[in-house]
Design a protein around this ligand. Structure first.
Ligand code: F6R
Length: 262
């Protein structure tokens, strides 16, 4: 696990984009795992800039999103389909046929989840998975208590997560109660993980994830078991960490092909 504490959200986002762009240049048909939420917006903005200004090519990329609400149509402005289209897909040259986002409107949700798992395998597995972290330590919609071996499935959202998300809806009642989400086990199958966190509200969750025990009560803590995980933080989200991390980073040269992980 390589923890990198950046001065600001912008430098963190640029660093994350540098890693993704590096992987994409090395493997044009990269299988890219994507997250929604506010945290990866800076990364997506930077990827868009790299596409527009430096010709970063997404035409052969396959994407898999982590999750989607159940019951929101793709055109709903709070659906993750809408979020991805507005914040990334419409600005880059990704082929719509290669985009995968869980279908929260599927007639048979559990059959869809099985299909999604198999589809990831058929595409060769996720090469690099972007992750955010919830204030309660969730990753994707895997809330505390989720099995660390879980696969893509339907989940009931906790009160905390629904309340966190209520600001995006007219009122709490409108916040969906269920979501489809990759499981913790699905996420762990990705060849690399890139977990991003920003601002003080995430500091406790980051500490539990990085330095706490590996436990289903903090699903993000499973990253400690991944062989190739980056944790990219800004100063505020790193504030509760007790270890020293950046000195390790300074001695790693990953973009030239060296293996990055400690
Ligand atoms: C969304 C997702 C969620 C978010 C998490 C943090 O696809 O996977 O787990 O990453 O809720 O959200 P933000 O970034 O809005 O703080």
């Amino acid at each position: 696990m390589l923890v990198i504490v950046n001065e600001t959200y912008d430098t963190m986002s640029a660093e994350a984009a540098r890693i993704v762009a590096d992987r994409l240049r090395k493997k044009p048909d990269l299988v890219l795992g994507l997250a929604t939420g506010s945290t990866p917006l800076g990364l997506y903005r930077e990827l868009i800039r790299l596409h527009k200004e430096e010709g970063l090519d997404f035409s052969k990329v396959t994407t898999f999103n982590l999750d989607e609400y159940v019951g929101l149509p793709p055109e709903h402005d709070q659906s993750f389909h809408y979020f991805m289209r507005e914040n990334l897909f419409k600005h880059i040259n990704v082929d719509p046929r290669f985009i995968h986002i869980p279908q929260g409107m599927a007639k048979d949700l559990s059959a869809f989840c099985d299909w999604y798992e198999q589809r990831i395998v058929d595409c060769g597995g996720v090469d690099i998975q972007i992750l955010g972290i919830g204030v309660n330590g969730h990753i994707a919609f895997n809330e505390p208590g989720s099995s660390l071996g879980s696969r893509t499935r339907i989940k009931t959202l906790t009160g905390t997560t629904r309340q966190d998300n209520a600001r995006f809806f007219k009122n709490l009642d409108e916040v969906p109660k269920y979501a489809l989400t990759m499981g913790v086990g699905t996420i762990m199958d990705a060849k690399e993980l890139l977990l991003l966190a920003t601002n003080a509200s995430k500091a406790a969750a980051v500490r539990s994830a990085v330095e706490g025990p590996v436990t289903a009560m903090c699903p993000a803590s499973i990253i400690q078991m991944h062989r190739n995980a980056f944790v990219l933080l800004d100063k505020e989200s790193a504030a509760e960490l007790t270890g020293t991390y950046n000195d390790t980073w300074e001695h790693k040269i990953f973009t030239s092909g060296n293996h990055p992980h400690g």
